[in-house]
Each structure stands twice: as structure tokens, then as C-alpha cells.
Design a protein around this ligand. Sequence first.
Ligand code: AMP
Length: 117
Amino acid sequence: MTADPECLFCRIAAGEIPATLVHEDEQVLAFRDIAPRAPTHILLIPRDHIRSAAELTDAHAPLVGHLFAVAAQVARDQGVAEAGYRLVTNIGSGGGQTVDHLHVHLLGGRPMTWPPG
Ligand code: AMP
């Protein structure tokens, strides 16, 4: 398990910075986004410091599968699964990524437009 002491999400995973957790296990954390863009806005992160989805390899397949399974469970728990929701991960500054630790946004509770801005 790698961690970057300068990384905001590593520090949340370590419990050094508070967050409103909705799920926690050995591999994955889910917590409420501090600046929600939808009535339900949750971030799912691996505990491991992976900078973005662009760094993923075949070796990460179990982790990524687990992260998406957790996302589906969190969506059910939060009551947005039936209406539908969006999972999105931004990559690099051009992709809108502002925190360099892999995270999947779970957005729900309102209709989503397409394409995203
Ligand atoms: P992105 O722009 O895709 O890298 O997403 C980063 C997200 O992290 C943004 O939606 C921010 O609102 C969110 N964020 C930043 N700091 C915190 C924090 N301390 N706790 C929870 N969410 C945060």
C-alpha cells in the first residue's frame, strides 16, 4: 500500500483530515464531496495512492472491480440507484482533475445532462 504524505486523499484515508465517510474497507473509502455538485455527491477512492485512472494496469483489475461494486452498493444505500446516477473519473488538468489521487465521483439525486461540461 503506497501513500503520499502530501496528498489530500491519502491524508483523508489515514484519518488525518476529516471527511464524512459513507463506506470504508481495507481497499476503498467513500466519502461526501466537500463541494457537492448534485444532491448526492460521493467520492470513491482506493486507499493506495494511484494518481489517476491513467495509471491503472491489468494488475489493478480486482481493485477497480471492487471499487465499482462499492459504488453500486453506496448508490443503493443512498437511495439513488433506482432513479439512476453517474460515475465519472476526471484525468489530468484538461479532464478536470484537481486532486491527483484516483477518485470516482458518484453523482445522483437530480437528472444528469449529457455531455458533461
Ligand atoms: P476532481 O476535480 O475530479 O479532481 O475532484 C476532486 C473533488 O474533491 C472535487 O469535487 C472537490 O470538491 C473534492 N474535494 C476537495 N477537497 C475535499 C475534501 N477535503 N473533502 C471532500 N471532498 C473534497
